[in-house]
Design a protein around this ligand. Structure first.
Ligand SMILES: [Zn+2]
Length: 387
């Protein structure tokens, strides 16, 4: 039996705290509420990063910062050499202007330092939406931010005056799970996240795998239905177009538009435009057959895509993360059935499927891991020995 868990349950907090992650890394104590409160503290808004944020004197060689940059939020953490988080902060990204975003990132670094009573970092790692060039640190295209060819690394090094390493956000989530989460000690691991989209990252032979142009791991754009619904990438029938939370919600809205889906509509408060994957999950959990069919179709699509991944890469571990992974057992059963139907017996027998262990922290902890390598003088893209 390769399925081993503890299915993620809807509504369960991603991380209890303080929490001991197997093997000794201890995540510290910042609860979601405190992070949320921090967002409105006047001290933050008034905080001046001055020079920007990092005094030249007394730079703390043992600390690094990790940043998970998204279209809506900047998530910044300060960590020590063991990956222990000393302070965390989430702020809204606050608009697409690259100069402004870079300045805001520098301010968050200053703020986490202030909160931890520390006065400097030796390096910063940052995960950004791709595609991007991890060697030059240029974000080639980030639709969520409206960016094209933004030299993010250069901008941040200029502001912070420390070495900066940039990588793809999903790759860093994979790295985070590999270094501190569900994939510790594993040599061949695939991380898959299902949320509004479907993303992935590859740890092959103990190292984060980038491919020829840092574009490896785009699991969401594996074609699973040649004539399926259109995908944002221009193709049809991509995994992302069939198994993401967005895809589940769209299927439900189409059902409602065709006169069905009453239980799903009720779970969304009677408003078709408010239907989300969660509403589908709630209706399915209450026994609604139409909702269960949507989750089954999405789960089958995911199983089809993951069977291709297993056949291609023969991983020992598939780490599954993202909010839409928590839609319930109907989805998981359909995925598992499809995997058994499609994956080759030998690689299927060797792989374990486990939920991601770090919740929303996987990306920021991957950025911390990247920063630690950068601090040690390692050139990007990062390498990691698997033992
Ligand atoms: Zn696509």
């Amino acid at each position: 039996m390769f399925w081993r868990t503890a299915l993620p349950r809807a509504g369960r907090p991603a991380l209890k705290e303080p929490r001991r992650i197997s093997g000794g890394v201890r995540l510290q104590t910042v609860v979601a509420g405190r992070i949320a409160t921090a967002r409105v503290r006047p001290a933050w808004e008034n905080f001046s990063a001055g020079g920007n944020g990092l005094p030249e004197h007394g730079r703390e060689k043992d600390l690094v910062a990790g940043v998970d940059l998204g279209g809506t939020k900047i998530y910044t953490a300060l960590a020590d050499r063991r990956g222990k988080l000393l302070a965390e902060l989430k702020v809204p990204t606050g608009g697409p202007d690259p100069e402004r975003v870079a300045a805001r990132i520098a301010e968050t670094v200053g703020e986490v330092l202030r909160r931890a009573g520390a006065d400097g970092i030796s390096a910063l790692g940052i995960g950004a939406p791709g595609p991007l060039d991890a060697v030059t640190g240029v974000v080639q295209q980030a639709p969520n931010l409206g960016w094209r060819d933004v030299p993010l690394r250069e901008k941040l090094e200029r502001l912070l005056r420390v070495p900066v390493a940039v990588d793809n956000d999903a790759s860093l989530a994979a790295l985070g799970e590999h270094c501190y989460g569900a994939g510790r000690g594993v040599r061949h691991m695939v991380y898959v996240t299902v949320s509004t989209g479907v993303g992935g990252g590859l740890i092959l032979d103990g190292k984060l795998y980038h491919g020829a142009g840092c574009a490896a791991g785009e699991i969401g754009h594996i074609t699973v239905a040649p004539d399926g619904p259109p995908c944002g990438c221009g193709n049809r029938g991509c995994l992302e177009a069939l198994a993401s939370g967005t895809a589940m919600a769209r299927a439900a809205r189409e059902l409602v538009a065709a006169g069905g889906g009453r239980a799903i509509l009720a779970a969304a408060g009677g408003r078709a435009e408010a239907i989300t994957a969660r509403a589908v999950a709630e209706a399915a959990a209450a026994g609604d057959a139409e909702a269960a069919r949507i989750l089954t179709a999405a789960g089958r699509a995911l199983g089809t895509g993951l069977a291709a991944v297993i056949n291609l890469l023969n991983p020992e571990l598939l780490v599954l993360g993202g909010g839409a992974m928590r839609v319930g057992p109907v989805f998981w059963r359909a995925m598992e059935e499809e995997l058994r139907r499609r994956a080759l017996a030998h690689p299927l027998g060797q792989v374990r499927l486990v939920p991601a262990a770090l919740g929303e922290r996987s990306g920021v902890l991957g950025a911390v891991a990247l920063a630690l390598r950068r601090a040690d003088g390692e050139a990007a893209p990062p390498a990691k020995s698997g033992s």
